[in-house]
Design a protein around this ligand. Structure first.
Ligand code: NAD
Length: 349
């Protein structure tokens, strides 16, 4: 079998497989692109049906990071890591220390932080064993800034559809109220939007019922069917498939989850249904922008200004998509590929 036959290979630069049987620690670090001697991407810890599924996920996620750097005008490459959660895997100090060791083996080519299943307390431990863990909660919480970016992307889409960008009297559905979804929920409530949520984790749902009694809770398998203005997926990859998009009942899709479309064709089908889709690597780019700002010691003002630019980028993209009759995911991909071909010099969004 040729490596290229792996579904999501897409000309990756490097893939590291790591394994420690005793600790039940196993996974991949994938580096899709290297720019300025660096590639960035957070670490995910979750269950997979098979190791090939985990490999395909990490490859798709690291390519997505290359695209995210491009739309954010960030001059680094894209990467990602996946740790496969098994029944016996437990994020003990030894487990995290060993993972830090694998990250260190790349000598700084790969810098990482927290994605799904990795939390602030894990990052604190990882930082003790690796200087390549670049989330720094004493400066910026990336998931908060991811939510701020999604907030501006939603605001812009509302303006595009309703000719005003207010959240009041509009309805939002958030699937997954983990680090990103919870911060987004708070922002929407602060702006007086009506929110429906779902999560697989019953403890999180209990917390929401207690903290925000006005929020409606629905079953996570059916939240995409809710009649809402904005549907915001903030859980895992492959949210939209040919089968489930038939049930969508929203005007706008704009969320935090990475790789929301199972494949490119789904973007066209969503477009044909007349639903506005904001590509995930644009809507959720606030997290990457915050990590890079922290890494480069930029001010909060710089960070917020850069995140606010998502508003105009989304608006321009939606305009272009309607004017040219081309789905947003296709237009944005073409712009990213042009940018890469031109040695990451200038992106016109
Ligand atoms: P998290 O682990 O904190 O939260 C994910 C939540 O989704 C969990 O509460 C989990 O129970 C829930 N979930 C999983 N499957 C579900 C399902 N089928 N239905 C309902 N809920 C489900 O992760 P996070 O950091 O909040 O990341 C969420 C998404 O945003 C991921 O796709 C991640 O890659 C993406 N993202 C995160 C960041 C960041 O800064 N953390 C940045 C950019 C993109």
């Amino acid at each position: 079998m040729k490596i290229e036959q792996i579904k999501s290979f897409d000309n990756h630069k490097m893939v590291l497989f790591f394994n420690d049987d005793k600790l039940s620690l196993r996974g991949f670090i994938a580096i899709h692109s290297i720019f300025n001697k660096l590639s960035l991407g957070a670490t995910r810890f979750c269950e997979y049906k098979s190791e090939i599924d985990a490999l395909n996920d990490v490859l798709k996620l690291s390519k997505n990071m290359t695209y995210k750097c491009a739309v954010s005008d960030i001059k680094y490459g894209g990467a990602k890591a996946v740790i496969i959660k098994k029944e016996k895997s437990y994020k003990s100090i030894d487990f995290l220390k060993k993972y830090a060791f694998f990250v260190n083996s790349l000598n700084g080519l790969f810098k990482t932080g927290a994605d799904v299943g990795i939390f602030e307390e894990d990052i604190k431990i990882l930082k003790k064993y690796s200087k390549h863990i670049i989330d720094d909660y004493s400066k910026n919480d990336p998931s908060y800034w991811t939510a701020v970016g999604i907030f501006y992307a939603i605001k812009s889409s509302l303006n595009f559809v309703f000719k005003n960008d207010l959240f009041i009297d509009k309805t939002f559905a958030i699937k997954g109220v983990g680090k990103v979804g919870f911060n987004l929920l708070k922002l929407i409530l602060e702006h007086k939007g009506n929110v429906i949520v779902s999560d697989k984790n019953d403890n999180l749902i209990k917390k929401i019922k207690k903290t925000f009694p006005t929020v409606k809770i629905v079953d996570h398998k059916n939240i995409h069917k809710e009649k809402v203005d904005v549907y915001s997926p903030c859980a895992l990859s492959n949210e939209f498939t040919e089968k489930n998009i038939k049930d969508l009942n929203c005007k706008i899709i704009c969320g935090g989850a990475n790789n929301q479309l199972e494949n490119e064709v789904i973007g066209e089908l969503i477009f044909k249904k007349g639903i506005i889709y904001v590509p995930d690597y644009l809507s959720n780019s606030g997290g990457l922008i915050s990590v890079v700002s922290t890494y480069e010691n930029k001010s909060k003002k710089f960070l917020l200004n850069k995140i606010k630019k998502i508003y105009n980028k989304v608006y321009n993209l939606l305009n272009l998509s309607i004017e040219e009759g081309i789905p947003t995911n296709i237009i944005l991909k073409e712009k990213v590929l042009d940018f890469i071909e031109n040695n990451n010099k200038y992106i016109n969004i």
